[in-house]
Design a protein around this ligand. Sequence first.
Ligand code: FE2
Length: 239
Amino acid sequence: MAYETVFSYPNYTAEEHETWRLLFKKQMELLPNRACQEYMDGLSKLSFGTNEIPKLADISERLKKATGWQLVRVEGLVPEKEFFELLAHKLFPSTDFIRKREDLTYTPAPDMFHDLFGHTSLLTNEEFGDFFQAIGQAGARAEGELLKEIQRLYWFTVEFGLIKNKGQKRIYGSGILSSPREVVYCLSDKVIKHEFNVEKITHQDYDIWHMQEELFVIDSFEQLKTEFINFGKRTQLLV
Ligand SMILES: [Fe+2]
C-alpha cells in the first residue's frame, strides 16, 4: 500500500472554500443538542476553522497529538480490505476534494467534508479510537458472512450510530453528522431506535440510498468497545 502521509494543499477555488464554509456553518447551527458531547469536544480539539478548507496536514498533526491516529490521503473510496488494514494501523483515509455546489446537501460519494468533519473529531476520543482500530483489525481478517457482519456493525455505529448522553439520544455517526437532512431526521419520531445489540445488528440489512429508518443507541463508547471486542473474540477475528 502506498498512501500519501505528507500532504500538499490543493489549490482550491473560491467556490470550493465557500462550499466548506456553507456546510460548516449549517452543521454548526444544527449540531448543538443533537451531536454527542464527545464529538463536540473533538471538534474543538481539531479547530477546523470556519473560513477555509482545512489542511489535511494540520488535522493529521492534531490527531496524532491527541490519540496517535493519522490521516492518509486517498482519491476516493478505498477497497474494503485495504480500508480495514489502514484502520488497524490507526490510519484514517481521507479525500481532499470537496463536493460540487449542486450536491451541497447530499453527496453519494464521500468527500472531505464527510471524511474530516464527519469522521475525525471522534478519533480524538480514546475509547472510540480503540473501537475503530479493533473494527479495522477484525475487518481485515474477516471473510464471507463474517465480513458482511462487520460491515453492518460499521454502518450502524461509525456511520449511523446514536449514543446516550445523560439520558438523551445524541448523534455520533459520521454519515449523520455530515448530512444536514439526516441530522434532523434521525432524532425524529419517524426513526425507530433500538438498544445497542451486536447480534441484532449483524443481521440487520441497510439501505445506502435513503435516510435510515432504524438506528441503534449505545450507552457509551466504553460499551461499544467492550461489546465489539467480545464479538471479535467470539468469532476469532480478534485475539
Ligand atoms: Fe464515512
